[in-house]
Design a binder for this molecule. Structure first.
Ligand code: ATR
Length: 302
């Protein structure tokens, strides 16, 4: 067959009765890189599976989930604005989900139950560790108090890292700290610092994590109120923003010789548990998937 013949008669991707199905529920969901990532791994491992975007309007979440379950899906990822609805629909909540108050991964178990997991916090930690940085002990300064901050705070506290939360709206920082303190194991290790008073806190921290949207492409203007000149040389600076990968915070940190962790790896690592549960293989996170996403995201920056 010539090249022209092949183009005229392409081999269709075979989707059959045994194909394992999963996807990502969100609204909007077109921007999600999860289909690219999961379908890359499916091809890499030669797995008979497919992963699709599932645009589901607010209010239609429950009916969509029940329908997908009835139609034989293995499960789904869940993104904005449905993570709290996902928390409410599950029959079995993993501890990670209980502590973050939200669910980003649903698994339709063989016994008919819906299981819920939150993989953002552990994905964050796994990514930091993949950079050769141990996540244990010490203190982290967490900027922001939204859903991502809560998941990351829970995972850091689980590893014995004390957490100081600072947020533009102080009341949300206190709410988050109270939610963490309600967990007896985490009790004393969480506190709150004023947004405009971080100069005294930063020198005592081994890790700084931005979970706010400041620095994101299309995000709010302005800078974060941290002066990295006050940091110790051992500070690890993390940003969960991944468009662009090098935010102003990370650029400043790198210029000062501090170790930096950008947000792309967290996106990849948080996907791992779902892939394993739905498709039965633990994907190795290598440079190929990172390069694929990096190239795709660069299109969005320009
Ligand atoms: P997510 O669930 O993705 O973490 P979120 O709940 O919308 O998202 O939280 C976004 C975070 O970015 C919040 O901590 C928010 O601070 P407020 O609680 O004060 O709103 C923070 N944020 C957004 N814009 C900001 C800005 N211009 N300056 C500082 N913080 C900002």
């Amino acid at each position: 067959m010539t090249r022209a013949d092949m183009q005229a008669h392409p081999t269709p991707r075979r989707i059959g009765g045994r194909t394992a199905l999963a996807g990502v529920i969100g609204w909007p969901v077109a921007h999600s890189r999860s289909p690219l990532m999961h379908n890359f791994w499916l091809a890499q491992y030669g797995i008979d599976g497919a992963y699709v975007p599932l645009p589901v309007r607010p209010g239609a979440f429950d009916v969509a989930v029940r329908g997908l379950q009835a139609a034989g899906f293995r499960g789904t990822n869940v993104t904005i604005p449905h993570k709290e609805a996902a928390f409410r629909i599950v029959d079995r909540l993993d501890r990670s989900a209980r502590r973050s108050g939200s669910v980003n991964t649903l698994v339709f178990a063989p016994d008919g139950a819906i299981e819920g997991y939150s993989t953002d916090g552990d994905g964050f930690v796994a990514n930091v560790e993949a950079h050769g940085i141990a996540v244990t002990g010490g203190r982290a300064l967490l900027l922001g108090a939204g859903g991502a901050a809560r998941a990351i705070a829970a995972s850091l506290l689980d590893r014995g890292v004390a957490v100081t939360i600072a947020n533009r709206t102080a009341a949300r920082a206190h709410e988050l700290a109270d939610a963490m303190r309600a967990d007896a194991e985490a009790g004393a290790m969480v506190d709150v610092a004023p947004w405009d008073g971080l100069g005294t806190v930063l020198p005592g921290c081994g890790m700084l994590v931005n979970t706010t949207s400041v620095g994101m492409h299309g995000g709010p203007p302005g800078d974060l109120p941290v002066d990295l000149a006050l940091a110790t040389p051992a500070l690890v600076v993390c940003d969960i923003v991944y468009v662009p990968r090098q935010t102003a915070l990370l650029r400043t940190a790198a210029a000062r010789g501090l170790r930096c962790v950008d947000g792309l790896g967290m996106l990849i690592h948080q996907a791992r548990l779902g892939f394993r549960k739905w498709f039965g293989t633990d994907p190795v996170i290598g440079p190929e998937v990172e390069a694929l996403l990096d190239a795709d995201l660069r299109g969005e920056e320009s």
